[in-house]
Design a protein. Structure first.
Length: 172
């Protein structure tokens, strides 16, 4: 997709699958979450090249344009019957638990659970600390950031569930 995003969809899908399984999603729901995670940023390809060439801070007008990528991605996927459920999750993956997200500004339980899972997986993978070589150290820091945003940006129950998953994996 985009060079600076290499592997992001795959990693987000792996996290989303673990979280979805722990949340008790059905096999069908997990399938749609996985497809959505793999394709969640496809709408970026619809934006002007100068906005997506490399990750960098945006001016306010550019940021508004980038905010449309989730809606654009859903529009690209929706015509394909096997991707319709995933398209819904892609559309809502930047909504926030407190209702201040985009593109629609919905909140809490009105956000599909798969999209809430995808939002957490997307953010968890996007948090990068290149100076920390060990994966468990990076995971701990990423989790702390998610915990700070729990209840505002992210579904607090799902963030708690991710914390339990990570704590169990560190004990194994």
């Amino acid at each position: 997709m985009l060079p600076w995003q290499s592997g992001h969809g795959r990693r987000a899908a792996a996290i989303a699958m673990k979280l979805g399984e722990a949340a008790g999603l059905t096999t069908d729901e997990l399938h749609h979450v996985k497809l959505a995670a793999l394709l969640h940023d496809i709408g970026l390809l619809m934006l002007p090249q100068e906005l997506i060439a490399e990750p960098s801070p945006f001016e306010s007008e550019s940021y508004i344009a980038v905010q449309h990528h989730s809606r654009l991605g859903a529009q690209l996927l929706e015509p394909f019957a096997f991707l319709r459920e995933a398209a819904v999750l892609v559309a809502y993956h930047h909504e926030r638990w407190d209702g201040t997200g985009y593109p629609y500004g919905i909140r809490g339980a009105f956000i599909p659970v798969g999209a809430r899972i995808l939002a957490i997986a997307d953010a968890f993978d996007a948090i990068r600390f290149p100076l920390i070589a060990r994966r468990d150290g990076r995971n701990r820091i990423a989790l702390r950031i998610l915990l700070v945003a729990s209840g505002t940006q992210f579904d607090p129950g799902l963030v708690d569930l991710l914390q339990r998953i990570l704590n169990n994996s560190l004990r194994d």
